[in-house]
Ligand binder design. Structure first.
Ligand code: MN
Length: 180
């Protein structure tokens, strides 16, 4: 099963487990019903930002969509390729975090809606200079440095340089909210 097919079938399964219609899913995630239908039918690949809205609305870890059992390290690579997310340590029921390696293309900007309440995000720049917008203020995160922030508020990631930026993101989910 490739990652796109895994994502589509996981979304459908999670929706059906909750006995939600596509309209209800749209209400809970803030993603349009038309877009959700296209993702479930594997006709459209969501951006990372859209997939985060879906994970938050369903109250599941982001990594459940991008970890197919037979392809643990396959990167989630949406059509724009502006932001490519590769799981390093996927969420597990004991430890409650996702750890990703993320590549931002030159000039890329990714705006994230708020994750679920209580999510704490930690970013560490590995190569290049990442810029983060937290509480409306842009700040650089130089190579080798980290930033911890409340992920349950809107935030954004930017690469203003002309080479790719690689950073790690560790997403800590509150215990009582995690999908176990
Ligand atoms: Mn985020």
């Amino acid at each position: 099963m490739n990652i796109a097919h895994h994502l589509a079938s996981t979304l459908k399964t999670l929706r059906q487990e909750r006995e939600w219609s596509l309209s209800k899913l749209a209400e809970e995630t803030g993603v349009s019903k038309a877009m959700l239908g296209q993702i479930e039918r594997n006709e459209s690949s969501p951006t990372v930002a859209t997939l985060w809205k879906i994970a938050t609305g369903l109250n599941v870890p982001f990594s459940v969509f991008i970890i197919a059992p037979e392809s643990e390290r396959e990167a989630f690579d949406p059509q724009q390729q502006a932001m490519v997310v590769t799981p390093i340590f996927p969420w597990d029921p004991v430890l409650h975090f996702d750890h990703f390696a993320i590549t931002l293309a030159p000039g890329a900007l990714s705006e994230s809606s708020a994750h679920e309440a209580g999510v704490i995000e930690h970013v560490v720049t590995i190569t290049g200079t990442l810029e983060m917008c937290i509480d409306g203020r842009w700040q650089p995160v130089p190579e080798g440095e980290g930033l911890r922030f409340a992920g349950d508020r809107p935030h954004a990631y930017r690469n203003s340089t002309d080479s790719s930026v690689l950073f790690h993101s560790l997403i800590h989910y509150p215990k009582e909210k995690a999908a176990d």
